[in-house]
Design a binder for this molecule. Structure first.
Ligand SMILES: O=C(O)CCC(=O)C(=O)O
Ligand SMILES: [Mn+2]
Length: 196
C-alpha cells in the first residue's frame, strides 16, 4: 500500500469539491442497500465515469447508469483524473470513480475491492473533509489489521500485494476539517473495471 499524505493542497481540494458539487447535482447521492438483506449502508454514494459501482438486493455490480434516475453517470472531472495520472503507474484511464459520503455516524465494514476484472490496475483513493480512521489488513479475512488516519487531501493506493487487502472505515472524526462547511467526509475511489 502506498500512502501519500497531503497529496492535494487546500486549493486543489477546493477545486475537486467544486467539480463534485456539479456532478452530484446531476447524479445525486443515493443510499445503497446490502445484497439479500436489504440493510441500508451508512454511507451515501454516487459515481462518476463510464461505470459506477452499485449495491442492491440483487448484489454488487458495475453499471453505466444511476440506479434511481437511469441516466449515465457524469464524467470524471480533470481535477480527479489528474490524481490517477500522477500516481497510478497504470497505462489506461480509470472507468469508475465511486463517491462515498460519510455523515456523522457512517462507517464501512472490512471488505476487499474485487468486483473488477483487472487487479493489475490499482485502486486510488482520495480523502476530503473530516479525518477517518481507516483499517487495513492482509488479503485474507481475520488476519492482523492496523489503523491509519486519512485526512483531507490524503491519497492512498492499493496496488500489487495490497490490491486485495481487506480495508474499511471504523469511524470519522467529526469537526476535524473545515473543508466541508456542514462537516462529514467524502472519499473518492478510482478504479479500472474492465480488462483493457
Ligand atoms: O472511504 C474510504 O476511505 C474507503 C472506501 C472504500 O473502501 C470503498 O468504497 O470501497
Ligand atoms: Mn474498498
Amino acid at each position: 500500500m502506498r500512502y501519500l499524505p497531503e497529496f492535494l493542497d487546500r486549493h486543489a481540494q477546493e477545486q475537486v469539491l467544486r467539480d463534485l458539487r456539479e456532478a452530484v447535482a446531476v447524479a445525486p447521492l443515493f443510499t445503497p442497500v446490502m445484497p439479500r438483506t436489504g440493510k441500508p449502508f451508512s454511507v451515501r454514494m454516487t459515481n462518476l465515469g463510464p461505470l459506477g459501482w452499485v449495491s442492491d438486493k440483487a448484489g454488487y455490480r458495475y453499471q453505466a447508469s444511476h440506479p434511481e434516475l437511469s441516466t449515465p453517470w457524469p464524467a470524471i472531472p480533470v481535477s480527479v483524473l489528474a490524481v490517477w495520472n500522477r500516481v497510478s503507474n497504470y497505462a489506461h484511464p480509470p472507468e469508475a470513480c465511486l463517491v462515498n459520503f460519510y455523515g456523522g455516524d457512517a462507517k464501512m465494514g472490512l471488505h476487499q475491492d474485487r468486483d473488477e476484472e483487472d487487479f493489475e490496475a490499482p485502486v486510488v483513493s482520495i480523502s476530503l473533509g473530516d479525518t477517518a480512521l481507516f483499517r487495513v489488513g492482509g488479503a485474507t479475512r481475520g488476519g492482523k489489521t492496523r489503523s491509519l488516519k486519512l485526512a483531507s487531501g490524503d491519497v492512498l493506493i492499493l496496488e500489487g500485494a495490497s490490491r486485495l487487502a481487506f480495508h474499511g472505515i471504523d469511524r470519522v472524526i467529526g469537526g476535524s476539517s473545515t473543508l466541508l462547511k456542514d462537516g462529514g467526509r467524502i472519499n473518492l475511489t478510482l478504479r479500472r473495471v474492465t480488462n483493457p
